[in-house]
Design a protein around this ligand. Structure first.
Ligand code: FHN
Length: 444
């Protein structure tokens, strides 16, 4: 095996991994999972936050061709091993990143701790395939980010790819495999129990309170035994409030705390990734990209406008879901100014309309082309996104409406409520008006 492929599992990491294995029986069963009170509280807080920043950033960013470049170009492991020596993000500033998320009105960040290339963007003792050991930067950006998130009051989730295109023990290979020079054998159980659980232990031990782990890549081996219940139990043991968010595109399993939908609203599958099943028990999330790419792609200028992004957020909230909006920073640590201006614009919109988004749940009226509803306490927020006529007819609302007014400015709105439905009288759409929010006060 070439030297670069040798994984240096230290005694220390093994001790941590085995300590957890001693406490968590291998046969931990799905039925054993009862979310702790801290976990239930974290789920509610998660739903209240509504809007998060997704960040795909790794050594692949150097090539400016997305996070799948290793696979897309069918590089060998030896070739890909050259990449970390070019990754030196001297402009990375955790304070600026977190401040941007805040300016955008985002309440949490979910960042790739490692993507499918298996390269740890943190100081891992489990393997030297990590940013501190292999790059000229030699520092741990996730530690800086975690400290800054704690300082600025932003929750931090770690994305973790279960799929690994680099580690020989990721064997048998999955459906995305190609011949990249790894040996034709490996120990998948060791990969899961020592390597992956060892790194998860590091992430949930060395970075303070972590809001959760966002898993991705299980779809690469849909029939594999991923030791999920053991890994989930480890996470909940280390940090009971940490939420497990699996992007496996399947019906949620016990131990999972949030159901996430990729590039779609809950229940939709226009992008071809998701199950149409929508959980009514756990919080929901929809993830999407600000342009078309996850990791930095120099050829992608397909930026969504602030109005499009605001509508995505509104539609997510109206579908009882969070929106996790992705950016792919440059390899030098800077964030594309096109991302920055758009995020700031969304933040300005939220500064005015946030009351109808944060802390809400999906409203009583089913979403439609016309718009969506959200609700909080004794208020129903009617988000009008398409103005077809001056009268908006909604299906019946069970509670008695006592008043209707515009969220912005407080102007009273004519409302008629009968057993057949609710009719709102609306002025025509204003220039550049994205969302007309009518607040219905109801008896609850
Ligand atoms: O393959 C990944 C992809 O690179 C990206 O990380 C997205 C984010 O949801 N998830 C995977 C595809 O399901």
């Amino acid at each position: 095996m070439p030297k670069t492929q040798q994984f240096t599992i230290t005694k220390c990491a093994l001790a941590v991994a085995f300590a957890s294995l001693c406490i968590i029986p291998a046969n931990v069963s799905a039925q054993d999972y009862q979310p702790s009170p801290e976990n239930m509280q974290a789920r509610r807080e998660y739903q209240d936050m509504k809007f998060g920043m997704f960040i795909h950033w790794g050594v692949y960013s150097v090539l400016g061709d997305g996070e799948w470049v290793f696979h897309e170009r069918h590089l060998t492991v030896d070739e890909y091993n050259r990449l970390p020596s070019f990754f030196d993000p001297e402009k990375f500033d955790a304070r600026t990143w977190v401040a941007l998320a805040k300016a955008a009105g985002m309440k949490y960040i979910t960042i790739t701790s490692r993507h499918h290339d298996g390269f740890a963007m943190f100081d891992s003792k489990v393997s030297d395939w990590n940013i501190v050991a292999r790059t000229p930067y030699k520092k741990d950006p996730l530690k800086m980010l975690a400290d800054e998130c704690h300082r600025q009051g932003i929750k931090l989730f770690f994305y973790y790819s279960q799929l690994d295109w680099h580690n020989p023990d990721y064997f048998p290979r999955g459906q995305t495999s190609w011949n990249n020079g790894r040996p034709d054998h490996g120990d998948f159980n060791s990969y899961l129990d020592n390597y992956m659980d060892g790194q998860l232990t590091e992430l949930l031990t060395n970075y303070g309170a972590i809001a959760g782990i966002w898993f991705d890549g299980m779809w690469d081996k849909p029939d594999g035994d991923w030791h999920l219940q053991k890994t989930y139990a480890l996470i909940h043991k280390l940090q009971p409030a940490a939420l497990i968010i699996p992007n496996h595109h399947q019906t949620p399993r016990p131990g999972e705390d949030v159901q996430t939908f990729e590039r779609d609203l809950p229940g939709q599958n226009t992008a071809g990734f998701n199950t149409k099943y929508v959980s009514s028990d756990i919080p929901l999330e929809s993830s999407d990209t600000l342009n078309g790419a996850w990791g930095f792609n120099i050829g992608d200028s397909n930026y969504k406008s602030p109005a499009e992004l605001e509508r995505k957020l509104i539609r997510a909230a109206g579908n009882n879901s969070n929106l996790l909006l992705n950016i792919g920073p440059y390899p030098n640590g800077e964030i594309d100014p096109q991302f920055v201006t758009r995020l700031q614009a969304v933040g300005e919109w939220l500064a005015k309309y946030g009351d109808s988004i944060y802390g809400t749940r999906g409203g009583p009226v089913p979403p439609g082309d016309w718009g969506v509803t959200t609700q909080k306490d004794n208020r129903i927020y009617v988000h009008v996104l398409n103005w077809g006529s001056p009268l908006l007819a909604l299906p019946p609302i069970a509670e008695k409406i006592s008043s209707a007014h515009l969220l912005l400015g407080g102007e009273s709105i004519d409302v008629t409520q009968t057993a057949d439905g609710v009719i709102l009288k609306l002025r025509a759409q204003g220039k550049d008006e994205v969302d007309r929010v009518v607040v219905l006060t109801v008896a609850r």
